[in-house]
Design a protein around this ligand. Structure first.
Ligand code: PGA
Length: 251
């Protein structure tokens, strides 16, 4: 059965000491909780080692929020997937709309990053989603299909098994405007069908597909109750254990 996942995306928030405190408080909050989902903490590069240490001995998965396109060498300021893996992180978030928008990450870049991540044994949380104009024009399905086709459908079946999809409509990220559970289910069902068309029904059924965009403790139970919604990628509501815990418990 495919995994349910509550994944935090801290983005560019918290200093290292604050991040350690946050990771420890999440760890503490989860102790004794009968969880039905995996918990992932997506944290800045600077925090990876310390957060991995803070959650050591638990099954909390630490993830980076990006990695380089190249394996190593003269790329000042870049952080390779091998470096990420050497911190104890097990996953990486790739293709987030903020990276696509503000750092011009296109599909070609993402294909290279995904390859690096998989080569280094990292699970990939691959983000996709349309902006408001595209939704208004009714193009959301085409936009998402193209992001999948151009970003990850080059992978072999085996490689694809290490990928989790996160659908994040850009108009819902950090805006307080969540997609309705019907809108989320409609898109996630479409994504699963698109995966089935490419990789077959069995792999599609095993792929975890998350919703992201103003997901919180209040709306998570309704979203996660939908048959194709396997969890969430959580930004704002992942920045305190108090807000994150109800999401983990929403399954
Ligand atoms: P949000 O961010 O929960 O703050 O809307 C989600 C994300 O961008 O991953």
């Amino acid at each position: 059965m495919r995994k349910k996942i509550a994944a935090a995306n801290w983005k560019m928030n918290t200093t290292v000491p604050e991040g350690i405190e946050l990771a420890k408080s999440v760890r503490q909050a989860l102790e004794g909780v009968d969880r039905k989902c995996d918990v992932v903490l997506g944290v800045p590069f600077t925090h990876l080692c310390a957060v991995a240490e803070a959650v050591k001995g638990t099954d909390i998965i630490v993830a980076a929020e990006n990695c380089a396109t190249e394996p190593k060498g003269a790329y000042t300021g870049e952080v390779s997937a091998a470096m990420v893996a050497s911190t104890g992180a097990k996953a990486v978030i790739l293709g987030h709309s903020e990276r696509r928008q503000y750092y011009s990450e296109d599909s070609e870049t993402l294909v290279a990053k995904v390859a690096q991540a998989l080569d280094n044994g990292l699970q990939v949380i691959f983000c996709c989603g349309e902006d408001l104009e595209e939704r208004k024009d009714g193009r959301q399905f085409d936009v998402v299909r193209k992001e999948l086709e151009d970003g990850i459908f080059n992978l072999s079946e085996d490689e694809f098994r290490s990928v989790v999809i996160a659908y994040e409509p850009i108009w819902a990220i950090g805006t307080g405007e969540t997609a309705t559970s019907e809108q989320a289910e409609e898109m996630l069902k479409y994504i699963r069908q698109t995966i089935a068309d490419r990789y077959g029904k069995e792999i599609a059924e095993e792929t975890s597909i998350l919703y992201g965009g103003s997901c919180n403790g209040k709306n998570a139970p309704e979203l996660f109750a939908k048959p194709n919604v396997d969890g969430g990628l959580i930004g704002g509501a992942s920045l305190s254990a108090e807000k994150f815990l109800p999401i983990v418990e929403a399954f």
